[in-house]
Write a protein that binds this ligand. Sequence first.
Ligand code: NZQ
Ligand code: ZN
Length: 381
Amino acid sequence: MFQMPTKYVFGKDSHKGIGELVKPYADKVLLVYGGGSIKRNGLYDDVVGSLRSQGVAYVELPGVQANPRYETVLAGIELVKKENVRLVLAVGGGSVIDSAKAIAMSVGTDDVWACFSAGAKLNAALPVATILTIPAAGSEVSPDAVISYKGRKLGFSSQNIRPVVSVVNPDIFVTLPKNQIANGVCDMMSHIFERYFTQTEHTDLIDSLAESTLKTIMRNALLLMRNPADYQAWTEVSLAGSFAHKGFLGCGRIQDWGCHAMEHELSAQDEKVAHGAGLAVLTPAWMRYVYSEKPKMFYQFAVNVMDVKADRDEEKVIRAGISKLECFFKALGQPSSLHELGFSMDAPLEEMAKKCTGEGFVGNFKPLYWQDVLAIYKASL
Ligand code: NZQ
Ligand code: ZN
């Protein structure tokens, strides 16, 4: 099933129409944002100006952290109860949007965390609207949220929390620091990898769409590394970031999601680890660990995406493709080892691997049990 009901509004100045966009849903909203970037770049003034011009009242929840915490979500839930808001408006990246989604869930369950930790049922949610400030997580179009609490970082998925409206104005991204650009690019590429590498056969259409989306991201990411204010490059990267995660590239195939599961344990262990940086470290190690399960898929990736010359020596081509990907991540300034992310030989890797898989396994391209996850962590050290 493919369903993407979000009204997706893209282009210069598009955020200035946010008042009009949320008005049909609410005359009072909870405005959620992060640590202050939206005040520094003037976005906050535009947003509250637009809400006011449409007579939409608002209360605020600032201060959402990267790798967002449940404690902040609880503060938002209190505001929802007290202030009678009808929509949650997130102005930020994945962390802010995911917090907004978790807050919105509070009208559909007595215990929001139980949805994340124990798969409790969600009956309803307040509508969520977003203004994206960093293309990365794809949360502006996804039905997912990821929240940290008590040493775990866990995801939850429901169509109830897919945003009703998302605004993407590439002009907002031109002030992003290079490390955040790199984190975003690695995350959106991973969202494609998690879908692309599949054991499902006969997937030509989506394979080629995924490949061209990856190439578009990589080409334009390098332009952004040279000039983060390149508006045209941002239009390509930000649109691709949303397409990477809206679900379309997962049609008709069994998806993987092993790298995401392994990365969430890194960020849960140390909240300073950015999701995209963790993925940049783990992805090449995962590729080397699993490619023999279906070499032709990795051969196709090497030739079609990484521009490795076709050759009869399949293994040589595959390994060259993975090495080229590693070089690309390095060109973005990403770390290439867990060590560079701050993990030493003494890190509790076995414990993390067991938390990651629980009693079962993660991933589908090759099911990874805790021993496999541990081997990938060790290979990434
Ligand atoms: O807090 P502020 O001051 O806004 O600073 C943020 C934050 O420090 C900064 N930033 C954002 N926009 C900016 C900016 N700085 C300058 N100019 C701007 N325009 O960037 C930093 C990182 O923000 P964050 O929201 O954490 O980044 P991202 O969008 O990468 O989100 C990462 C989170 O999303 C989750 C990740 O696990 C992680 O917790 N994910 C959510 C998914 C989903 N809901 O579908 C899927 C993803 O796979 C991912 O797991
Ligand atoms: Zn991700």
